[in-house]
Design a binder for this molecule. Structure first.
Ligand code: SAM
Ligand code: SF4
Length: 329
């Protein structure tokens, strides 16, 4: 079991398959991109599946989410998903993606056993999309969303980040769009994880502000909090339900006390928190011949060192050296 010193148990593994991306969302990456990890440092598909197997079979991981960077850019994705859903006990397997390429891959991924998909969509306006993501790809994302629903990857979830002066006016239109199509929308507060270090608390659209904007158009009632468990989204019934909208107040309403996550980066480092400043190197250990048991021990030790919270409000807070795209959001 992956137990930390505050009694939390990690059961949800987020695996970054690549640090590369075909978008440049302002809250994540600079327009010119980043220095990508050199190929030899990336875990191979076999190495990923080996580490995920150790997590699932020895360490109590019950949910595996593939992310990145953009995971659809990883050529072996369908194979990796298929090998993950074949593990015993079978974990829940999901994907977080920007949706570009999902039109082609949704059906093969569903066939490989993928359970769920979260697609990031911050705007319905093609011009705003270009301002925000520096690429003209909105139609690809919308096609990807439809294909996911068509392939039975339901309910399709949408992640949205609102940015002041860019797409802050789109809270209600994004919810209306999602309600009409049966997608489950979640707003995420912008976190200080961009490579450019451009995050400013005073510019952040807070959970309170998002709820205020939505409440001007919809009747929102907090859903049963027990159901929330360790899931970070606070859920609200929209206009009497059953449709719901989620708000993830990572900064202003932190859920660190109930966190059940652990992360594996594309270059084989275990991170016990998005905001961790240290990592545990499983890749080097694995390539030096460590046994499954030794890797499991390293992993357990890394989780034991997890801090109680992200400390964004602490005056000594330091943004992690790696940006979101390299950590795996
Ligand atoms: N490329 C995929 C995508 O965009 O869905 C997967 C990786 S992305 C890093 C995962 C999620 O993190 C996305 O929903 C994205 O909106 C979110 N994200 C990225 N940077 C963020 C930030 N600084 N604050 C909050 N969420 C962020
Ligand atoms: Fe790419 Fe996702 Fe980061 Fe946007 S949020 S730049 S799609 S990794």
């Amino acid at each position: 079991m992956l137990l930390d010193s505050f009694g939390r148990v990690a059961t949800d593994l987020r695996v970054s398959l690549t640090d590369r991306c075909n978008l440049r969302c302002t809250y994540c990456m600079p327009p010119e991109g980043l220095d990508w990890l050199p190929k030899p440092e990336l875990l191979t598909a076999d190495e990923i599946v080996r580490l995920v197997s150790i997590g699932v079979e020895r360490l109590g991981i019950t949910e595996v989410r593939y992310t990145g960077g953009e995971p659809l850019l990883r050529r072996e994705l369908v194979d990796i998903v298929g090998r993950t859903t074949a593990l015993h006990p079978r974990p829940q397997v999901s994907l977080t993606t920007n949706g570009i390429g999902l039109a082609r891959l949704a059906a093969p991924l569903a066939e490989a056993g993928l359970d769920r998909v979260n697609v990031s969509l911050d705007t319905l306006d093609a011009e705003v999309f270009v301002r925000l993501a520096h690429r003209d790809r909105l139609p690809d994302v919308l096609e990807g969303l439809s294909a996911a629903a068509g392939a039975g990857l339901v309910p399709v979830k949408i992640n949205s980040v609102l940015m002041r002066g860019i797409n802050e006016h789109e809270a209600a239109p994004l919810l209306r769009f999602s309600l009409e199509r049966g997608y489950e929308l979640r707003f995420i507060e912008q976190m200080p994880l961009d490579a450019q270090h451009g995050w400013r608390r005073e510019n952040m659209i807070t959970a309170d502000e998002i709820l205020e904007r939505l409440s001007a158009h919809f009747d929102l009632v907090a859903d049963d909090p027990v159901e929330r468990g360790s899931a970070p989204a606070e859920l609200f019934l929209v206009d009497g339900g059953p449709a719901r909208v989620g708000v993830i107040g990572s900064v202003t309403r932190p859920f660190c006390g109930a966190c059940d996550r652990v992360r594996l980066t594309a270059d084989g480092q275990i991170r016990n928190c998005l905001f961790a400043t240290e990592e545990s190197d499983l890749r080097t250990a694995m390539r030096s011949g460590a046994t499954d048991e030794e890797l499991a021990e390293r992993w357990t030790a890394a989780v034991r060192r997890k801090r109680p919270g992200h400390g964004i409000d602490d005056p000594t807070f330091l943004q992690p050296a790696r940006p979101m795209s390299a950590i795996g959001g």
